[in-house]
Design a protein around this ligand. Sequence first.
Ligand code: ADP
Ligand code: MG
Length: 749
Amino acid sequence: STTIAETISREGRNVEYPQKNGRPQWISEIFGQNVFSLKEMSKRLPKPIYSTFLKQIRGNEIIDKTTADAIAHAVKVWAMERGATHFTHWFQPQTDSTAEKHDSFLTLKCTFRGGYEETTALDTFSGSQLLQSEPDASSFPSGGMRSTFEARGYTVWDTKSPMFLQEGPHGTSILYVPSVFISYNGEALDEKTVLLRSSEVLAKATMELLDMLGPKSEDEERVKHVHTTLGTEQEYFLIDRGLYSLRPDLKITGRTLLGGLPPRHQQLEDHYFGKIPTRILACMSECEMELYKLGVPVKTRHNEVAPAQFELAPIFEEAMIAVDHNLITMDVLHRVAHRHKLKVLFHEKPFKGVNGSGKHCNWSMSTDTGENLLEPTAHPETNYRFLLFLVSILKALADHGGLLRAGIASASNEHRLGAHEAPPGIISAFMGDHLDDVLNSIEEDRPLKVFGSSQFHSVRVGGTVLDLKVASLPNIARDLTDRNRTSPFAFTGNKFEFRAVGSKQSVSFPMTLLNSAVASSLHSVTADLKKQKGDKKFASDDDMRAVIKKYIKETKKVRFEGDNYSDSWVQEAKKRGLPNIDNCPDAFAQLQEKRNSSMLHELGVFSESELHSRYHILMEKYAKDIQIEAETLRTMLVQHILPCAFNYRRELAEGANLLKTAGSDSTPELNALKEISPIVANIQTAVGKLEAALDEFIKIEDIAQLAKAAHDSLAVHMEEARSHADVLERLIANKHWPFPKYSELFLNI
Ligand code: ADP
Ligand code: MG
């Protein structure tokens, strides 16, 4: 209760927003100021060096020593002007977060003066330091791909992602060099290398198809390059740090392992888009300010469905950059929340009974001429180019839905998937009424049904007009796709939204798998179209329509427009032969399935050993995550809950005795005692079973069995113990309860 009193009287943090001409600076004025952008490079580098660099990022040239040295020097000067003392290769091991090791710019130069050695301190940063660094790789997860005696790992500068500055201690700063992390043999040890490979493979496959289609119009600029675009909507919880620190489960595992719902939580649906609490808004705004400086285009902030839950969404960017930016966003949120005495929770399900968090990945493909390949335009029914890409994506889902499911599996996301707030373990795609009918009409060779009351509206391409029936309000354009919030993979206007991705995970892996699966289907679609086209230079409309029709039929089973949370969908999906993977070990096993693994090998995204190591790391992490939870829960029950229950029981018994001796009625105390005693006994029994299960668990050596035991045994025994403890929480005197309850965690912000 002292902590609660403290949280209430806590003063807000005073943040100094950068000022100019007596007003807060505009976003456009601070945006990207801590980024060594292309613009900054072009200002600071000799022309030939800059143009070599540009060629390099397009993959057409290798950086030589002179270029590297020149860039290193320029970035060092830029960084030192901004207080940098250190640099770090910043990389993404398979831990869902990032890694860094700082080196200072310090070098010593020895000169001899009059027979004496004299050392001078210098600040230097060489081209080779920029290009490559060699952290000891033995302590990062490698899934057995690398034994400790060959523990060499290299971080290599990823030239596509710009360098940036982060705050260091005492007003200094640190230069961050985005990097990939590979083994001595060039195998990917990180999330980024495979993402880069998959993006290149997808870009190439897309170009092959586009080349066969010819220009859309005569004066159309030729597309030379395509890339994937990504916008990640990040959901998170913010709770008071003082209360957080009193919950060992939150601190150790990121979620509450105990606790029942307070009378009021999310049932009034008043939190979503509600007024943002002042203290939260201050934290969000400081966070955004830092993100603007780092060139992260954050756009939207709002309250989410659950109490204390919020969301932040950026403007989409090239996928590789968007992934880096999402990781930076999570890091900044974490650090800034600290300053506001708040704790950010990225776990997918920190609280039982209210909604969890996801990270919707809005994904599309764009050309270097600025065209979104998933833009349906006003007439998707004859936009064959669009439809070819659409069916390719549907085919990716139809062929590799299980693999995509593996990409979002984790011990934490399992609590959310299929829990009536997020899509189940069945991967399907939502098209929206209009597009669904476009596909059906092509399949059935019939004209389109007319949509809504009005014709296509000329103001908004691809929309219809919605009459609001209020004279003073303007009519608005309606998107062709309405929303289906229950679909794991929904077409939303001009992009797909992969909604099943977890809030805590790096989106790199799911994006890598998606890119690869789509690249692979593009190869089949392209091969079919090539046959259809014959000797002609470009495919005709009829050629395209024939191929599209074939794939519409083939992929029909993955399209679902209904409620994905319903039981009937589970039955229906079963009939259609779609996999419904409801646990992690089964999901990870998809990485070992021939149809998936051979696709990934053939594309060159994963080597056999890389994929096997991934499987190993994921299974092991899953098992360890649950083991840590089980051990934490045991400790909480044995060291906190049971002793408190014993105290309360003693208090009741002593009270009853005293009342009896005083000749008064002791029945109420005895009733209370009778009510809680069996529950305390149940907790004790459940703890005993959990302990026995843990003892068995640690004897298992085989990784697949270990993961299975985590799921079938540990998780089940934890749930059992929790169910009794949650009953006790409702019955025991508040002063005896050792942890802050949900009601306090939700409301004290
Ligand atoms: P919501 O899904 O919550 O309604 P929006 O439709 O506004 O939100 O957009 C969500 C995200 O989708 C934003 O991050 C936005 O930048 C991103 N987005 C929009 N267009 C594309 C695109 N072509 N490619 C990738 N992401 C996109
Ligand atoms: Mg969304």
